[in-house]
Write a protein that binds this ligand. Structure first.
Ligand code: ATP
Ligand code: PRP
Length: 205
């Protein structure tokens, strides 16, 4: 039995067609049910659909053998108990520092609003900048506009959200896409099944 944890939302929309290309499908009835563990068309593959931030946690603890998770979430949580196996090249965007103007990010003690405190801390440490992190769970773009922070660290794709709120992207921290991750023990105990799945996916990217 292989249990695969998928991230809800935009990643799920792009992951399901990818799994379908290698013959793993979940019916709409299963997806729309209130069940938390879903059957796939393959007898020994179960699917769990989770909040994006919970996927690495389930994989780390071995509740799911493998998972599909944004690089942003993996980097924020760290690699304890998991390996990253494959870049799925979906849900691509960039982790960026954004502010109203360049002068806002020159301050000595920079106030940074973000959903990614570890990522932000690591980045500013590396460039020897002192920061105060303000952890938010959404609507980061509002923070500099209302004076809660000097800048934000957040995901940018089209740049429309920044533009709509009068912000500009300045520094790129990393490029993001979704990755296939695996529990380290599962990788040993279910090596053949997992390697087969990775190879099939790789061929279809
Ligand atoms: P939650 O509701 O659990 O807080 P969320 O609203 O952040 O999750 P999504 O917006 O579906 O959930 O995003 C989840 C993942 O999708 C992110 O972790 C990231 O990897 C990717 N992602 C987020 N925003 C974008 C974007 N604008 N373009 C491309 N990929 C994105
Ligand atoms: C993400 C991210 C930005 C936006 C960037 O938010 O947090 O706000 O996308 O994309 P853009 O550059 O194409 O505008 P999301 O749409 O996931 O909303 P949420 O954070 O409120 O869930």
């Amino acid at each position: 039995m292989l249990t695969i944890a998928l991230s809800k939302g935009r990643i799920l929309k792009e992951t399901l067609p990818l799994l379908a290309t290698i013959g793993i499908e979940v019916s709409d009835d299963e997806l729309n049910s209130r069940k938390l563990i879903l059957d796939s068309n393959v007898e020994d593959i179960k699917i769990i659909v989770l909040r994006a931030t919970d996927v690495p946690v389930f994989v780390q603890h071995g509740v799911a053998d493998i998972g599909v998770s944004g690089k942003d979430v993996i980097e924020e949580k760290g690699y304890m108990g998991i390996y990253e196996l494959l870049d799925l090249r979906i849900s691509k965007c960039r982790m960026m520092v954004a502010a109203k103007s360049a002068s806002d990010i020159q301050k000595n003690l920079l106030k940074v609003a973000t959903k990614y405190p570890n990522t932000a801390k690591n980045y500013f440490n590396k460039i020897n900048r002192q920061v105060e992190i303000i952890k938010l769970y959404g609507a980061m773009e509002l923070a500099p506009v209302v004076g809660l922070s000097d800048c934000i660290v957040d995901l940018v794709d089209t740049g429309n959200t920044l533009k709509a709120n009068g912000l500009k992207a300045f520094d790129e921290i990393s490029s993001i896409s979704s990755r296939l991750i695996v529990n380290i023990s599962s990788y040993k105990s279910k090596n053949i099944e997992i390697k087969d799945l990775v190879e099939s996916l790789e061929k279809n990217l």
